[in-house]
Design a protein around this ligand. Structure first.
Ligand code: ATP
Ligand code: MG
Length: 435
C-alpha cells in the first residue's frame, strides 16, 4: 500500500500546485470570499484586464483558477447569459515578446478545440476548427523566424517560412483565424476566454515588464473576446499597471494579502477531508502544527504545505499510526527547527547583514530600495551591498537596477524566513551550561 493510503488518504493532501479550475478547486479554496467576489466583478463587468498583486505563495494563481471556473458555472446554472471559459493552461511570462505572443495564440486555439461541445451547447458560433487542428498537429510547425513551441507536442522549431502546405496556413493566417473565432464566439458583452498571465516578477525589472506588456498590448491585451488576469509579486504588477500606455488597458491592482490566520484551521481541515478516503484517516500534521508552520513561513501557503509534505514523507506511515498527536506535534516542531538550523549553518554573514535580515523581517519582510534610512543606512548603495549579500545566500530576492525606487522589490525568501526563525530564536546556539 502506498504511504498516503496507509494513512487513509487517496493521495497527497499537501499538494503545492495551484488549485484546479473545477469543483474540487472551489471546494478547497478557503478564506477568499471577498477576493473572489472582487475578481469576478472585474472579470464580468469591467472592461479593463485585471491585475492581482501579492506576495509569493499566497494563492494568486489558485484564486484566478477558481474564479474562472465559478464564472463558467454561473452560465451552466443559467444564472447569466455571459459565457466564460478558462484557457487550458496558465501562461508564464517570458522576456521574448514574440515567443510569448505565440504561447498565447496556441493556448487560445486549444481552448476552442477543447470547448467545441460547450460552445455548441451555448449556441455560440462554433468555428471550423479542422484546418487549424491539422496545422497545429503537423509534426513540423514553421513560424516566420519565430521560435514556436507547439502545445500539441510539435516541439520547439526555429526559423523557416513554409507553413504547413496542406492547409495553406501561415503564422499570420493562423492568428487572423483565431481573432475571428474570438469575435464570432464572444460578441461584445457576452463573455470570453479567461487567460492568466502569471509571475510578472520573473521579468526582474519594472522596465522589462513594462516593455513586454507594451509590446503585447495590441496583439494580446486588445484581443476582443479575451479577459486577461495578470499576476505579480514584489510590486511589479502595481508598477506596470500605473504606466500611461497601460492604465486604460489594465485595472488598478487587487491586493492579495495572505489568507487570514482565522481561516487556517478550516483551510487545512477542508483539504484533509477532501483527500481522505477513510473515516479513520490520520493527518501527519495537526491543525495546530499547521498554524505553527504558517507563522514561521510568514503566511506563505505554498511553503507551509511543502514543509508539511516533506515532514510527512521523511517518516514512515507506521510512525503516524502508532504515535500520539502530541508526540507527532513535537516531532514536527523538532523537524522544522532542524531544517531551520541546517539552513542557518550554511550562512556566514557580517553582523550588519544579519541585522538587516532581522530588521527586514520586523518591517514585514519586504521593502523598497528607497527605504534605506528605515534600516539605518546612510545611503542606498550601502543598503544595496548588504542586500546583495543576503541574496547571495538566497535569503532575499530583489530586482536589479530597478528604475522604480519606491517599488517593494526586496523580499525575504522561504529560506530567508527559516533562517530568520533559527537566528531570532537562537536555535543553532549551543545550550547555555546550567540551563
Ligand atoms: N484560499 C486557499 N485555500 C486553500 N488552499 C489554497 C488557497 N490559496 C492557495 N492555496 C494553496 O496554496 C498553494 C499556493 O497557491 P498558489 O500557487 O495559487 O499561490 P501564488 O500566489 O500563485 O504563488 P506564486 O507567487 O508562487 O505564483 C497551492 O498549493 C494552493 O493549492
Ligand atoms: Mg502563482
Amino acid at each position: 500500500m502506498t504511504f498516503w493510503r496507509e494513512l487513509g488518504f487517496g493521495s497527497n493532501p499537501y499538494v503545492v500546485k495551484p488549485l484546479p479550475s473545477n469543483a474540487d478547486g472551489r471546494e478547497l479554496l478557503v478564506g477568499r470570499s471577498a477576493e473572489l467576489r472582487a475578481l469576478l466583478r472585474r472579470i464580468e463587468e469591467g472592461d479593463t484586464h485585471v491585475v492581482l498583486e501579492g506576495p509569493n505563495g499566497v494563492g494568486k494563481t489558485s484564486l484566478v483558477s477558481v474564479a474562472a471556473w465559478v464564472a463558467g458555472e454561473r452560465f451552466r446554472k443559467k444564472e447569466t447569459t455571459h459565457l466564460y471559459l478558462p484557457l487550458p493552461e496558465v501562461l508564464q511570462i517570458k522576456e521574448d515578446a514574440s515567443e510569448f505572443i505565440s504561447d498565447c495564440y496556441f493556448a487560445i486555439a486549444r481552448a476552442f478545440l477543447e470547448n467545441e461541445e460547450t460552445l455548441k451547447r451555448a449556441d455560440r458560433k462554433v468555428p471550423r476548427t479542422r484546418d487549424v487542428k491539422s496545422w497545429l498537429e503537423a509534426p513540423v510547425l514553421r513560424g516566420r523566424g519565430l521560435n514556436i513551441s507547439s502545445p500539441f507536442g510539435g516541439g520547439g522549431i526555429t526559423g523557416g517560412t513554409a507553413a504547413n502546405s496542406s492547409t495553406g496556413f501561415s503564422n499570420a493566417g493562423f492568428r487572423a483565424t483565431i481573432r475571428s473565432w474570438l469575435r464570432d464566439a464572444f460578441p461584445e458583452g457576452t463573455g470570453g476566454l479567461i487567460g492568466v498571465i502569471d509571475n510578472l516578477e520573473l521579468l526582474e525589472t519594472s522596465a522589462a515588464a513594462r516593455r513586454l506588456l507594451e509590446e503585447i498590448r495590441d496583439p494580446i491585451l486588445q484581443l476582443s473576446g479575451m479577459r486577461w488576469v495578470l499576476c505579480g509579486a514584489r510590486g511589479i504588477a502595481r508598477s506596470v499597471a500605473a504606466t500611461p500606455r497601460l492604465n486604460g488597458v489594465l485595472s488598478d491592482p487587487i491586493e492579495i494579502t495572505p489568507v487570514a490566520d482565522e481561516f487556517i484551521p478550516q483551510l487545512i481541515e477542508t483539504r484533509l477531508q477532501h483527500y481522505s478516503v477513510k473515516d479513520t484517516s490520520k493527518a501527519p500534521v495537526s491543525t495546530s502544527s499547521f498554524e505553527h508552520v504558517y507563522v514561521i513561513t510568514h503566511k506563505n501557503l505554498r511553503d507551509s504545505l511543502r514543509h508539511a509534505q516533506s515532514f510527512s514523507q521523511d517518516n514512515e506511515a507506521a510512525f503516524f499510526l502508532v504515535k500520539s498527536e502530541s508526540e507527532i506535534d513535537l516531532a514536527f516542531t523538532t523537524w522544522l527547527e532542524g531544517q531551520a538550523i541546517s539552513h542557518e549553518a550554511s550562512v556566514k554573514m557580517q553582523p550588519r547583514t544579519w541585522k538587516l535580515l532581522e530588521d527586514l523581517a520586523d518591517f514585514g519582510g519586504t521593502c523598497s530600495p528607497s527605504d534605506f534610512d528605515q534600516f539605518n543606512f546612510n545611503d542606498r548603495a550601502h543598503m544595496r551591498k548588504n542586500v546583495v549579500e543576503l541574496e547571495r545566500y538566497g535569503l532575499v530576492n530583489s530586482s536589479k537596477d530597478d528604475d522604480d525606487q519606491r517599488r517593494r522589490s526586496i523580499e525575504i525568501t522561504s529560506k530567508g524566513w527559516l533562517v530568520h526563525y533559527a537566528h531570532s530564536q537562537g536555535l543553532g546556539m549551543p545550550p547555555i551550561p546550567g540551563m
